[in-house]
Design a protein around this ligand. Structure first.
Ligand code: SAM
Length: 256
């Protein structure tokens, strides 16, 4: 079993109470991997006919699937290189569905690299409307561009800007905004040893403050009646439900 940070364990124990043992036991299990079929390249039915592995249902989205535990690495598979699918954990697909994207909408993905959620959004736009996929870190913005090219996104623009600068330049422009915030990564402990190694309470605080700034920027870019989805891959309440509650309080104050 991996060694979890003490402060994290105490917090989860406190929050989950009798459910905590089952939660901690999941760290003994290998993570489940998944993939999302890219309907911009081919239909789900067509992909299932040629899939290199036997896929299992459970991928959260209709085009999402679980890989069998013994699946070989698929990153260099020709179908992957051709953009027929994107390797993505089921939980990472959830914000795509929550955004309720329809063809023709203008959508901003504000923290977009490497592009997993942008790809899912583009699939829902089905070539109509606009996707602005933004990533502030230049090297990662390049990866984002390659991802969207590989997936065949024709109505997407990749930008590399600070959220405040981008959102102030396009006030009220987007019907949907996704903030998939940089976070303390508590949900990545099994998958990414770096997330475990760098975790500390100071990081949680720092990420919560950064997330709040990004959310405030994002709100300025949202059209009246539009929808904003905020997601993280962490459990810390300051970055999750506490973040959302504080954001709504600030927005309420602005509205009054
Ligand atoms: N949405 C992406 C996907 O599904 O592939 C994952 C995004 S990841 C959780 C968060 C992203 O925020 C990272 O690419 C990171 O470089 C970026 N980021 C880091 N600092 C940031 C900042 N100050 N403002 C905006 N984005 C930032």
């Amino acid at each position: 079993m991996i060694e979890l940070p003490q402060a994290f364990m105490q917090r989860m124990q406190q929050r989950l109470g009798p459910e905590a043992p089952a939660f901690f036991a999941c760290y003994d299990q290998p993570p489940r991997r998944g993939l999302r079929v890219n309907p911009l390249r081919l239909s789900v039915a067509d992909f299932l006919r040629i899939s290199p592995v036997a896929l299992e249902p459970g991928g959260i989205l209709p085009e999402g699937f679980l890989l069998p535990p013994d699946a070989p690495p698929l990153g260099n598979h020709p179908y992957h290189l051709a953009g027929m699918f994107y390797l993505q954990e089921p939980s990472a697909m959830a914000p795509i569905g929550a955004l309720e994207v329809e063809p023709g909408l203008r959508v901003l993905d504000l923290c977009a690299a490497p592009g997993g959620k942008s790809g899912g959004i583009a699939a829902r736009l089905a070539g109509q409307g606009l996707l602005v996929a933004n990533e502030v870190v230049p090297g990662r913005a390049k990866t984002l561009r390659f991802t969207l090219e590989r997936l065949g996104v024709a109505n997407g623009v990749v930008t590399c800007a600070r959220p405040d600068v981008l959102c102030e330049a396009l006030p009220g422009y987007f019907h949907r905004v996704l903030v998939d915030a940089p976070c303390s990564g508590e949900g990545m402990f099994r998958k990414e040893p770096a997330a475990l190694a760098q975790h500390c309470e100071a990081l949680v605080k720092q990420c919560a403050e950064l997330g709040a700034d990004i959310l405030d920027s994002a709100a300025a870019a949202l059209a009246p009646g539009g929808e904003l989805v905020y997601s993280t891959c962490t459990f810390a309440p300051e970055e999750d439900e506490g973040q959302v509650a504080a954001f709504l309080q600030r927005e309420l104050r602005v509205a009054l």
